[in-house]
Design a protein around this ligand. Structure first.
Ligand SMILES: Cc1ncc(COP(=O)(O)O)c(C=O)c1O
Length: 521
């Protein structure tokens, strides 16, 4: 392959970002995680980090980190098995295993590395791993690299998991792998049931508690405390870069397996040991959690409920999160980026998840308010006008049995409402007729005389349908896109029947309408 061709292979497809006019990834942060942060020169509220307890910029933690630098320097410049294992390291490892309620622990430079390296040590081709299909990429990649048989199970579905456990036989060892708190949805695995099932079927449970440690459980000790599990016989992993506000990843378990990993896990043995300052930071955070968890936790829950309520009042669909995570169901990738853009323009930093991080049309915008934020800041942003402009509309059409979901805003809806109510109502019906005739859509929703709301939705649906047909897309479009495609503004007073005659509509006729796909949710 020619050099030029080689590099061409890596050219990014930027069409989505171009359509949205916004790239939410790799924002340039220019301050520590304070009550507000500086992003690209401007003040933002940060709802995009996993700094649950707000300790990443805590003066006590920073002081502990500085002291460790004085004592040990910035690095021991060695892998832990060689000369990278300090007294501080040994103490923190012990403290962590006690904290989460396990016998023994080791610290990897990151949890990605820990999850990635674990399975190639504990599982081989004679074994099978049954894994929740929504598990984090580090677990999935780790399992894949082990060369064992893999069976995904439906997310948090215990009936399905039990079915698989009953069916399989002949493997040396069965592992059941899941996360505790699922970070895009904010829901929690039924881990007690998983552990019971594992006991019944002689399987080893493996849990990634990255978003649970320091967050769930009465004292913030994570999933085992939360689920009331004592003497856990499985393997526990967690990131130290979220509520623990540092970096690194732990694997905890029975002493024999941890000792084995200390010598045979290449992801640990051949990688420079975690830095002394980071270890001191972890150490300090664990002390703070011991002393202050109830107050810190009270804050994050209070902030979470304010944010969720504000979004729900504005018509957003949220996931059923039972943790401090608030997650907006934002539809397709473009809608997700557009919503993140809208938030960004209102100086709110959020985390948008688009395909392939999440399934098609299951985009999410995650918001986490850390305990470092002030109540005044939360109140200011929660009461701002911004979310009230944005709305997700769900419309279930009884005739077709299809649910349509649109991202729109009150402003546009108002404009439509007025237009339809007072001026163009009859034209909507004409427009439907035209669509039925020309596009051979047999089952189409009727225009209900008594429901003005339906009329409004119908108009939006009509726009959408045209746009879907025109673009021959398989996913619904946001009102923003539709307007863009139709090249109209809702202030444009062109009656709908005139719109029909515009060139874009004529193009529609040329398409093969059998390909019409109305996306089903
Ligand atoms: C569930 C889960 N596991 C593992 C990781 C990786 O952790 P780390 O950042 O320590 O590598 C993450 C981080 O995004 C995570 O969310």
């Amino acid at each position: 392959m020619k050099l030029q061709e080689f590099y061409q292979r890596f050219e990014l497809d930027t069409s989505l970002v171009q359509k949205a006019g916004f790239n939410p990834y790799y924002p340039v942060i220019q301050s520590g995680l304070n009550d507000q942060i500086i992003v690209e020169g401007e003040k933002f509220i940060n709802l995009a980090s996993n700094n649950y307890l707000g300790l990443a910029n805590d003066s006590r933690v920073k002081e502990a980190c500085s002291k460790a630098i004085e004592n040990y320097g910035v690095s021991l410049c060695a892998t832990p098995i060689a000369s990278g294992y300090s007294e501080l390291h040994a103490n923190v490892v012990q403290k962590l295993s006690k904290f989460v309620g396990m016998e023994s622990a080791i610290i990897y430079p990151s949890c990605y590395q820990a999850n990635n390296g674990l399975f190639s040590v504990i599982a081989g081709k004679e074994d099978i791993v049954i894994i929740d299909r929504s598990s984090h990429s580090s677990l999935i990649e780790g399992v894949k690299s082990a060369g064992c048989k893999i069976r995904p199970f439906l997310h948090n579905n215990m009936t399905y998991l039990e079915k698989i456990l009953k069916k399989i036989s002949g493997y040396r060892q069965v592992f059941v792998v899941t996360e505790s708190v699922f970070s895009t949805e904010g829901n929690v695995a039924p881990f007690r049931e998983i552990v019971e099932l594992c006991k019944r079927f002689n399987a080893i449970p493996v849990i990634d508690d990255s978003h649970g440690i320091g967050v769930i459980g009465e004292r913030g000790r994570g999933i085992l405390e939360y689920a009331g599990i004592k003497d856990f016989h499985g393997i526990y992993t967690a990131s130290l870069g979220k509520s623990i506000a540092n970096s690194g990843g732990i694997i905890c378990g029975k002493k024999s397996i941890i000792d084995y990993l200390r010598y045979y896990s290449s992801h640990l043995v051949y990688s420079t040991a975690i830095l002394p300052s980071v270890l001191a930071g972890i150490n300090k955070v664990l002390d703070i959690i011991n002393d202050e968890f109830s107050e810190l936790s009270r804050k994050i829950w209070q902030y979470k409920s304010k944010i969720s309520k504000s979004l729900q009042d504005s018509g957003f669909d949220l996931t059923d999160s039972v943790t401090p995570i608030t997650s907006i169901m934002s539809g397709n990738s473009l809608d997700t980026l557009l919503l993140a853009k809208e938030l960004f323009e209102n100086k709110i930093l959020s985390t948008p998840f688009v395909y392939p991080s999440v399934p098609y049309n299951e985009g999410r915008i995650r918001l986490i308010a850390g305990a470092n934020l002030s109540e005044a800041t939360i109140n200011f942003y929660a009461s701002k006008d911004y979310p009230k402009k944005l709305r997700r509309i769900k419309y279930y059409d009884e005739e077709t049995g299809i649910t349509f979901v649109f991202l729109t805003n009150n402003f546009e809806l108002d404009a439509l409402e007025i237009a339809l109510l007072y001026k163009y109502r009859w034209q909507v019906e004409l427009f439907f007729k035209w669509i039925k005739q020309h596009l051979k859509v047999k089952k189409f929703w009727g225009t209900s005389e008594n429901a003005v709301r339906i009329q409004i939705y119908c108009a939006i649906i009509t726009y959408t349908t045209v746009a879907i047909i025109k673009e021959n897309l398989k996913s619904p479009l946001s009102i923003y896109e539709i307007l863009q495609i139709l090249n109209v503004s809702l202030f444009d007073k062109t009656p709908l029947n005139e719109l029909i005659t515009k060139p874009y509509i004529q193009n529609v006729k040329e398409l093969n309408c059998n390909q019409l796909t109305l996306f089903e949710f």
